[in-house]
Design a protein around this ligand. Structure first.
Ligand code: 13P
Length: 392
């Protein structure tokens, strides 16, 4: 199957009364465990990469594996940056292949939350990428992720949520109604009345963070009132940790692979349980049929340059790779020179865009305009430009 547009995926869940699971990944065991569970359950799934976890792994190295697994999956998949806090990390996530951005600047004042979220929404929408904002504080309590979510709980209010969505333009909203990040001591006290009112006021897919540890009946009631996405991590981290401890007790001399044995399977079992409780199991085929595939675009220029400019070409191309590569929505810039002397065109630019929306935003971006006007157009001669999508 394929990577699909998260907007369509979450709209399908919202309209049909189920929630898609968004599972934070911190290793290949998590990645394989989540994909395997989604395939067994025939469920759409979101692979989630949380900015606070970038302290444990390098997203530049991990993301290609995540993207490859998503493309190979037999179910519809989306890839989302989770708990992003900076404009730059959102740009980086899109460059690395995320097709959704979740921005959590809910610890800032309301005004600052709106300002930062608005700026990320403008950038991401120009790349065709939808954004989830967060309003209200979902604090960390206990467990390995708790420290990443300091602060006291503060619930989302209906009036603020309405204003926030209008002013920022977010596509989905993460709300605070009583969940916490990390381990739960007792049954969570969820404010379902508040959720119901927020849902009635907004009418957009809502997301719950701090998804671990709720009871099955609580998940079902959340979904009844507009929750179309549940973020889930701590329970998976604890299951993985327990498996490793059991392996260590069984054989104190175990090496790394002995200790990690069974971790992916244990994660997979828990993910599959969630997918069934949240109602996304069995939905893969209809989601696939109704969601737009997430299809990149390749912007190709083949060109000649004036004879007098031949010498400076390596410098111009290096500068282009560097400057154009920073434009939001650009995934890679490749420059080339013809192998044969008699080629009709001597040089190429291959600029990989994450989505067709980038054709316009790239053309108008000040960095592109400046580079094209000052360095490229003065030396470029005869050329052909085409934006194309691969046909599979
Ligand atoms: P838990 O770790 O509590 O499941 O929360 C996960 C989460 O919300 C990630 O954004």
């Amino acid at each position: 199957m394929a990577i699909v547009d998260i907007r369509d995926m979450l709209k399908h869940a919202y309209d049909h009364g189920y929630a898609v699971g968004a599972f934070d990944l911190v290793s290949l065991d998590f990645l394989q465990g989540v994909i395997c569970a989604a395939e067994r359950a025939r469920a759409p799934v979101i692979l989630s990469l949380a900015e606070p976890h970038f302290a444990h792994y390098d997203p530049e190295i991990f993301m290609p594996a995540v993207e490859a697994a998503a493309r190979r999956a037999a179910v519809p998949v989306a890839i989302q940056l989770d708990d992003g806090t900076r404009f730059d990390s959102a740009v980086q996530a899109i460059r690395l292949g995320c097709n959704g951005i979740m921005l959590d600047v809910s610890h800032e004042s309301l005004g600052e939350n709106i300002r930062l979220t608005r700026s990320v929404v403008e950038m991401a929408h120009a790349c065709g990428v939808p954004v989830e904002g967060e309003l209200g504080c979902v604090p960390g309590v206990q467990g390995e992720d708790a420290e990443h979510h300091p602060g006291e709980p503060s619930f989302t209010t209906v009036a603020e949520a309405r204003g926030f969505v209008e002013k920022t333009g977010v596509d989905f909203l993460a709300i605070s109604i009583g969940t916490v990040h990390g381990r739960l001591q007792d049954r969570a006290r969820l404010d379902m009345q508040r959720l119901k009112q927020i849902n009635e006021a907004l009418g957009i897919p809502l997301a719950i963070h701090g998804g671990s540890g709720l009871k099955d009946d609580q998940y079902r009631r959340l979904i009844t009132h507009g929750v179309a996405k549940i973020n889930y991590y701590t329970a998976l981290a604890d299951i993985a940790g327990r498996q490793i401890s059991e392996n260590a007790e069984r054989d104190r001399d175990s090496g790394y692979s002995g200790l990690a044995k069974g971790v992916a399977e244990a994660i997979s079992g828990e993910v599959e349980r969630c997918l069934r409780v949240w109602g996304s199991a069995g939905r893969a085929a209809e989601v696939m049929a109704q969601c737009r595939p997430w299809q990149p675009v390749e912007h190709v220029i083949v060109y000649n340059v004036l004879e007098s400019a031949m010498e400076e070409m390596p410098k111009v191309m290096a500068e282009g790779r560097c400057r154009l590569g920073t434009i939001p929505g650009v995934r890679e810039v490749v420059t080339g020179e013809a192998v044969r002397e008699d080629a009709r065109y001597r040089f190429t630019w291959l600029v990989k865009f994450c989505h067709p929306a980038v054709i316009d935003s790239y053309r108008d971006h000040p960095e592109h305009v400046a580079f094209a006007n000052s360095l490229f157009r003065p030396i470029a001669g005869d050329r052909i430009t085409i934006d194309y999508q691969c046909i599979e």
